[in-house]
Write a protein that binds this ligand. Structure first.
Ligand code: KG4
Ligand code: ZN
Length: 334
């Protein structure tokens, strides 16, 4: 018997809908929100308003692209959290209303668990147990994954996320939000010749706020001596910051693999698009005998295919929620 899941994602600034049939992605649609570029970050009220206008067209588009009619949908999976409350409310309310009108079960999905599930969109599938480094604008964590829905964080950021470190660096350098992609491109033309200190954080946790402060002091010192310092050295500054962020991530991932003995290792989240992270990740894999996995880019950034995939695994377990469910701005995956 075929199972069709509609997934809905609205935790931050992207409104997304996807259809997954029997664990395979049939459509994956997304409406981004340009408005936040003007402000250099996500403006929560603008985000929820934009979700309201995007959600119906995006769901319709996902249905059309998959060639699926509403009455064929077996269950509706939605992001319950973590995320921005005003953004989550739009997706949760929409999912509940649709489930009620179609008389179908509702499936709540944790956004961070779903980022890990993006590794199961395409073959080759990782074997369990595996490790996943989830790195996005809002989150940075290393997760041990024992089964599709059985996972626990081994370490996480104590302050900023890795994507935030890219975006805040971009703000200091006058690079438009989100800055990660352009820093990545500029870094490819530069040399990592400026040394930024590595934070000393015990265990498998991360910290990026000290890096931001040291970049600020570095820029203040050099621009006081030469007002054109940033303009003259932008690719080298980007390469240096990127190198430090990536070495912080990789050091902890290697520690996690050594401590657990796990050699199936994946990365997920928007920052896994970063070319230096991909390069160092592949190299670590060769050096340490890991099997490495990186989801396709459209499944790395926020998307609804990962929500529908996680929803599919929950559907198989009969893991549904009642219609009085409410969003959770903070929600640990365990
Ligand atoms: O997963 P995502 O789309 O949304 C969140 O859940 O946050 O991740 C967006 C983040 C932003 O911080 C963006 O700057 C960063 O991912 N990012 C990158 C790259 N592409 C996106 N960071 C570094 N290098 C990239 N190529
Ligand atoms: Zn995300």
């Amino acid at each position: 018997m075929s199972v069709i899941i509609l997934g809905i994602e609205s935790s931050c600034d992207d409104t997304a809908a996807a259809i997954v049939q029997d664990g395979k992605v049939r459509s994956n649609c997304i409406a981004g929100q340009e408005v936040h570029r003007l402000y250099g970050g996500v403006v929560p009220e603008a985000a929820s308003r934009a979700h309201l206008s995007h959600i119906v067209p995006v769901v319709q588009q996902a249905m059309e692209q998959a060639g699926v009619a509403l009455h064929q949908v077996d269950a509706i999976a939605f992001t319950r959290g973590p995320g921005l409350m005003g953004s989550l409310l739009v997706g949760v309310s929409f999912a509940k209303s649709l489930a009620l009108s179609l008389q179908r079960p509702l499936i709540e999905v944790n956004h961070l668990l779903a980022h890990v599930a993006s590794n199961f969109a395409d073959p080759p599938m990782p074997n369990f147990p595996m490790l996943c480094l989830t790195v996005s604008g809002g989150h940075t964590q290393i997760v041990q994954v024992d089964d599709y829905l059985d996972m626990r964080p081994l370490g996480q950021t104590l302050d900023d996320a890795a994507g935030e470190a890219f975006d805040k660096t971009g703000k200091l350098l006058g690079i438009e939000y989100p800055s990660g992609p352009l820093i990545d491109r500029l870094a490819q033309q530069g040399q990592a010749r400026f040394a930024f200190p590595e934070p000393q954080v015990p265990g498998l946790d991360f910290s990026f706020s000290g890096l931001k402060t040291s970049i600020l002091h570095f820029l203040q010192k050099h621009t006081a001596a030469n007002p054109d310092f940033v303009k003259q050295n932008l690719p080298d500054i980007c390469a240096s910051v990127q190198h430090r962020i990536v070495t912080i991530l990789m050091r902890k991932l290697e520690m996690a693999a050594a401590q657990t003995g796990i050699r199936e290792v994946a990365i997920a989240g928007g920052v896994s698009a970063n070319s230096e992270l991909r390069r160092q990740f592949q190299q670590a894999g060769q050096r340490l005998g890991w099997k490495v996995y990186i989801p396709r880019l459209e499944y790395c950034t926020d998307n609804a295919a990962m929500i529908a995939l996680a929803g599919y695994f929950k559907y198989l377990r009969g893991d549904f929620v009642a219609h009085d469910v409410t969003p959770m701005a903070r929600w640990s995956m365990v």
